[in-house]
Design a protein around this ligand. Structure first.
Ligand SMILES: *Cc1c(COP(=O)(O)O)cnc(C)c1O
Ligand code: SF4
Length: 520
């Protein structure tokens, strides 16, 4: 990949040196003064850079056999069992991606995603082969039409590497079930005949592993259909094989705009200089980028890891889109977490970091109801083993909770031990960690002036935002009076005058305002 400086280099007027923004992760330099690179496993130390950076070399040198992988990682018995199983879901990992794994750490979060274990062979309550009932929603092979206005178009079953928890493991990776020109034609034909389809999501497998000409013929076929408004690509190629994302690909995609792309990153360790440059190529080609991640036990079931992940994503100009509850799919049992874990993570993100960095937490409805945000209107009921969900049409479905979940090990988690400080805002995560019993938002002071029922009342009235709403007619535009603590000083307390459970109220006829004189 070429590292292009032109977009960040602003030539100075009077011969000043051009400014190069090294804070941009896509332009970071390594210790040798060249563009930063990730580590390589020792067995590839002598591979020349031209080969290493060639996506075709990366694809044809993927590792899949026990004997190859044990030369790179110190394998556990559980991994040996997984790698030796005859009918396992396909294993294949690019040299680039497996090199990111710590060879001596059996709990490495990247390793958990790509190296099979004996545990994935075990079944669990609620397990299904096609848990989203995609096959039942496919009018033609590889096209899933679940929502009124958009379709999922599977244009290949091949990926650059294979994720152990893949929702589509029933077909993905299987060369005998691949989709090709003939299927693409049938899919395009269905879309052509179905004018309510305005959004086509290309996935697979992974469409970006397709031969460039074949991929372009699909995009062109879609762009020739007038009612197709947007084309979306869901791809893990930028993560597994960033070498594939070159300027030529960016220029090709840009011909078929509007094209959006979601990548799939689950852990901050996957955010490398190579991924940053791949995302930069796509962003410069005008492709808006999102991220979909899957909540996985032992990988990212941790508020601090998730917060680091979403903040590293926005740094490479990727907007977190969805965080999925792990599907009830064969092979994924040991990755499942309780739904409450996702809710905990959402609470640890919303307000604690930029809104741009907060994804939506989704349960993809078992049985094929589509994606359901886990929010009060959609979460109908919750017991210790099952949650009841309502989708956008009123369809009611259930998600079976895992019976065996090994809670995230905070003591050994580098992120939990060194959480990014949030002065005065440790709130929710502190409660969940057991470090606190209650929350006092900054500005609230326990007065105990009249016993515990008065605790947590704000002492400084200038920081208090009253419940009342709105200005009085005729006063718009004028500064509003700040609510003052008034009379009835029963205990010498600045905010006295209000009984237990009462809040200060403006006097009759007075508008309410914050200290900054804004309307509420
Ligand atoms: C995920 C998915 C979509 C897209 O859903 P959005 O919520 O719009 O991202 C469309 N069709 C199918 C079958 C899907 O699984
Ligand atoms: S990249 Fe996507 S389709 Fe491919 S194995 Fe991973 S989850 Fe499945």
């Amino acid at each position: 990949m070429t590292v292009q400086e032109h977009s960040s280099a602003v030539a100075g007027s009077a011969g000043e040196p051009a400014f190069v923004n090294r804070r941009d992760p896509a332009r970071r330099l390594g210790p040798d003064g060249k563009p930063a690179v990730s580590r390589r496993a020792a067995i590839w130390a002598d591979v020349p850079d031209e080969k290493w950076n060639d996506w075709r070399w990366q694809l044809s040198n993927r590792v899949n056999e026990l004997s190859e992988i044990e030369a790179i990682l110190n394998l556990t018995d559980d991994e040996r069992e997984g790698l030796s199983a005859p009918d396992k879901f396909r294993v294949d990992v690019t040299p680039y991606f497996i090199s990111l794994v710590d060879p001596d750490d059996p709990d490495d979060p990247i390793r958990r995603q790509i190296i099979p274990t004996g545990r994935e062979l075990r079944s669990f309550t609620g397990m299904m082969e096609d848990s989203l009932a995609e096959d039942r929603h496919s009018p033609v092979p590889g096209l899933v039409h679940r929502y009124p206005d958009r379709v999922l178009m599977l244009i290949t079953t091949q990926c650059a590497s294979y994720c152990r928890y893949c929702t589509r493991s029933r077909i993905v990776g299987d060369p005998s079930q691949n989709f090709n020109r003939k299927e693409h034609e049938a899919q395009l034909d269905y879309i052509r005949r179905t004018p309510q389809i305005r959004d086509v999501l290309i996935s697979g497998g992974d469409g970006l592993t397709l031969a460039p000409k074949l991929l372009e013929s699909v995009l062109r076929g879609l762009r020739e259909i007038p009612h197709v408004e947007i084309i979306r690509i869901g791809s893990r190629v930028p993560v597994f094989l960033p070498q594939r994302i070159d300027d030529e690909l960016g220029e090709m995609l840009a011909k078929y705009h509007p094209v959006w792309l979601n990548i799939h990153v689950n852990h901050p360790n996957e955010i490398t200089p190579e991924l940053a440059r791949a995302c930069d190529v796509l962003a410069r080609a005008g492709v808006p980028l999102g991220n979909q991640s899957v909540l996985l036990a032992g990988v990212n079931d941790c508020v601090h890891i998730q917060r680091d992940l979403v903040q590293r994503l926005v740094e490479i100009r990727v907007r977190p889109y969805y965080i999925y509850q792990c599907d009830l799919v064969e092979g994924a049992g040991h990755f499942r977490t309780p739904v409450g874990k996702g809710l905990e993570i959402m609470e640890g993100l919303r307000g604690h970091t930029s809104g741009y960095a907060v994804p939506q937490f989704i349960v993809d409805a078992p049985g094929g109801g589509g994606k359901i945000p886990v929010m009060p209107n959609y979460l109908v009921s919750y017991s210790d083993h099952k949650i009841v969900l309502r989708n956008y049409e009123g369809y009611i479905t259930t998600y079976e909770e895992p019976t065996a979940y090994t809670p995230h090990d905070r003591a050994s988690c580098r992120w939990c031990q060194n959480p990014r400080p949030e002065p005065g805002q440790e709130g929710i995560t502190g409660l969940l960690d057991g470090k606190r019993m209650w929350i006092e938002p900054a500005g609230f002071v326990e007065t105990h002036a009249r016993g515990n029922e008065e605790a947590h009342r704000l002492q400084d009235p200038s920081k208090w935002v009253p419940y009342g709403v709105g200005a009085l007619e005729g006063q718009a535009g004028q500064p509003l009076p700040v609510l003052q603590a008034t009379t009835g000083d029963r205990n010498g307390d600045a905010l006295a005058g209000y009984g237990p459970g009462e809040e200060p109220r403006p006097a009759d006829g007075l508008p309410t305002a914050t200290a900054n004189h804004e309307l509420l």
